[in-house]
Design a protein around this ligand. Sequence first.
Ligand SMILES: Cc1cc2nc3c(=O)[nH]c(=O)nc-3n(C[C@H](O)[C@H](O)[C@H](O)COP(=O)(O)OP(=O)(O)OC[C@H]3O[C@@H](n4cnc5c(N)ncnc54)[C@H](O)[C@@H]3O)c2cc1C
Length: 388
Amino acid sequence: MTHRFDALILGGGAAGLMCAIEAGKRQRRVAVLEHADRLGKKILISGGGRCNFTNIRCQPENFLSSNPHFAKSALARYTPADFIALVEKHRIPYHEKTLGQLFCDRSAGDILGMLEQECQSAGVSIFLNTKIRAVSRAEEFVVHTANAEFQAPALVVATGGLSITKIGATSFGYDMARQFGLKIRPPRPGLVPLVLESDDRSRYCDLSGVSAEVVASCDGQQFREKMLITHRGLSGPAILQISSYWDKPQSIKIDLAPGSDLTAIFRDPKTPRTLTTLRSELRKALAARLADRWLDYHAPASWTNAALADFEQQAHGWAITPAGTEGFEKAEVTCGGVDTDELSAKTMESRRVPGLFFIGEVVDVTGHLGGFNFQWAWASGAAAGRAL
Ligand SMILES: Cc1cc2nc3c(=O)[nH]c(=O)nc-3n(C[C@H](O)[C@H](O)[C@H](O)COP(=O)(O)OP(=O)(O)OC[C@H]3O[C@@H](n4cnc5c(N)ncnc54)[C@H](O)[C@@H]3O)c2cc1C
């Protein structure tokens, strides 16, 4: 059996659904082909089940890409306000949690339900449990599945990145790019916990669960947020953010007590220069267990001004060289992907292969933590949907 459409969208996640809605609203006959048994599984688990669906402070600077200008056009033409208008039209209650991050009050199911309803109103055809065997292109694109063939002059690849294979992530999008001769920036895990080298692990990881507000920096970027010690390394928003900029064998710097002058008290000549005094100063900035552990390994060599200055410097610039990351199984996103040089920034269409589009996470555009990855999915999906 052959199904004919104006456009085929491979992948029914955030980007694919937004693309289908925009194209459907413009009377295009579109089909979404999804291999899972339901749409938007990642949306459902996002934001701890509440979906951090956008960020009202979204700027191009919140995205990593080998071409930092690429995302600007799509982001400017589909903004957080556009998505919020959709959320409000569906009367979905939401709140700002912190730093401009918008979350559902009830559950991520509200966002998926909204997208499904919009697809229905726009006349989008959805095919679930659809395993794609091959894609070919003669005059049109032909998608071969187990039971049918789908044919259309336009094909949109919206199959996401490699993060979390157990809910359906595949390398399909990269395979498609290769098949059609498009360059790929090597995919790597982003927004991912870091694993420490064995020495650091034995020093700190029994403190698993302890957190601190830190500034984590690497590769010219820095983030002031919470860091969490895990049983294998470090996590928490500051570490997840910086992980997207980290690659072996770089090191990461952590300011454990941003803004605190830990040794200021010793400038008063009446203050005794003792470990007890230093411990109580450090405990004002850090959880007691972490403060004590830090002193176990970094107590000043003596009580001279120079030794105290050295202690201060180390606490504000803990240099660690992670052994690696927790990998795609724990990564919230995939950095790298289809090279943006291959795509039109306005429409996401391939420059080499007319009619072939790539949107969402499969493209070499990765957002910071905080709703930016969904905003890219909506914006790139809308850009392609308006061009179909
Ligand atoms: C645990 C977790 C929490 C997250 N929380 C947030 C958050 O709160 N805010 C935020 O902005 N971002 C969050 N993200 C990131 C965000 O979910 C993704 O960036 C976003 O979903 C990417 O959208 P996409 O449409 O490109 O890909 P996806 O949403 O991954 O959709 C891809 C779709 O393609 C389907 N597919 C894959 N391979 C095939 C194939 N071969 N054939 C057919 N279909 C296929 C998949 O089943 C899936 O439905 C989170 C990610 C994770 C893993």
